[in-house]
Design a protein around this ligand. Structure first.
Ligand code: SF4
Length: 310
């Protein structure tokens, strides 16, 4: 068997819904692996991601692009679906439209159609994972996450959340690489809100270089002062991510190191409970994603009741 024949192709579709494109920019900024490794070379030895549709970076446009998407959708081999952005559901979904071959429909409907034929769904960014800024109160467009949309439609699919506003590119490429090599994640691979434990398994607060100052009660009173940023609204004590070890922008920096409190952007409570950003807020109750213990497929999304509903 020749070298080219030994490489396994993995078709993939990236669907952009109600988003700011920040997640795309973040992934394009990956350093190790790079976006070239992701979509041109091999992301993992012997595995190539054949990204067939990504409207920000693909060369094709219009009907040509939609034909490629339609052909991928109809192929029996299945595909990895990446969903970026929240899905508007208010006013019958009319706040977000998506083109499809021969016409158009709502982003919400299109995401459900694409997910129905996907072998695995990866939600990239906090908006796709939990609704994020687009679903912030009072959420006039009725934005929901892909997990909530699938759950409401009764569609059960392997799904993994890679939140962040934006996510670190390693979190995304590492999750894709693991799925190429080992398939859909098992329930033990992900935490109760659907994130890979590999990247989101520890509290940011436990990894923070200012933790000693927290324990010693040496708190900064204004931005720019040395000391722990807890009194300035840092959400690190209940945020799960490895930002302090990994660093953004090619490992150069991350929020607290740059002097800014952590905003908790990878958590389901972002941004409603994180705000006001620069004030201390209470520990929120989190929604839970329930999975089938054998297949790992998502079976329910349990949202905590707000104080008004309770
Ligand atoms: Fe924790 Fe934030 Fe203080 Fe770091 S700066 S120790 S994450 S409260």
């Amino acid at each position: 068997m020749g070298k080219a024949e030994s490489v396994k192709e993995h078709p993939a579709v990236w669907f952009q819904a109600s988003a700011c494109s920040g997640c795309v920019v973040a992934v394009l900024n990956g350093a190790a692996p790079t976006v070239r490794d992701l979509v041109v070379d091999q992301l993992a030895p012997g595995h190539h991601v054949n990204l067939r549709f990504q409207q920000t970076i693909m060369a094709a446009s219009g009907e040509t692009a939609l034909q490629i998407l339609g052909a991928t959708e109809e192929a029996k081999e299945g595909y990895l679906l990446v969903v970026d952005g929240a899905l508007p559901t208010a006013a019958r979904g009319l706040f977000g439209r998506a083109a499809k071959k021969g016409g158009h429909t709502t982003m919400h409907q299109r995401a459900l159609e694409l997910a129905a034929k996907a072998s695995l769904v990866i939600a990239v960014g906090t908006c796709a994972s939990y609704g994020g800024i687009h679903a912030a109160e009072p959420n006039p467009t009725g934005c929901v996450s892909i997990a909530e949309a699938l759950n409401a439609a009764g569609v059960s699919k392997p799904l993994i959340n890679v939140p962040g506003c934006p996510p670190h590119p390693d979190w995304f490429t590492g999750t894709v690489a693991q799925s190429l090599l080992f398939g859909a994640p098992s329930p033990s691979d992900v935490d109760p809100v659907g994130r890979p434990r590999r990247f989101f398994g520890r509290l940011l607060h436990d990894l923070c270089p200012r933790r000693g100052e927290f324990e010693a009660h040496k708190f900064a009173s204004t931005i720019g002062e040395p000391g722990c940023l807890y009194e300035l609204g840092c959400k690190g004590p209940w945020t799960h991510a490895d930002c302090p070890e990994r660093g953004f922008n090619h490992g150069v920096n991350w929020c607290v190191r740059a002097g800014s409190p952590c905003h908790g952007c990878v958590e389901p409570f972002f941004p409603d409970v994180s705000c006001p950003i620069y004030e201390k807020t209470g520990l929120p109750e989190l929604p839970r994603l329930v999975r089938d213990q054998d297949s790992g497929e998502l079976t329910a999304v349990l949202r905590p009741k707000s104080s008004e509903e309770a």
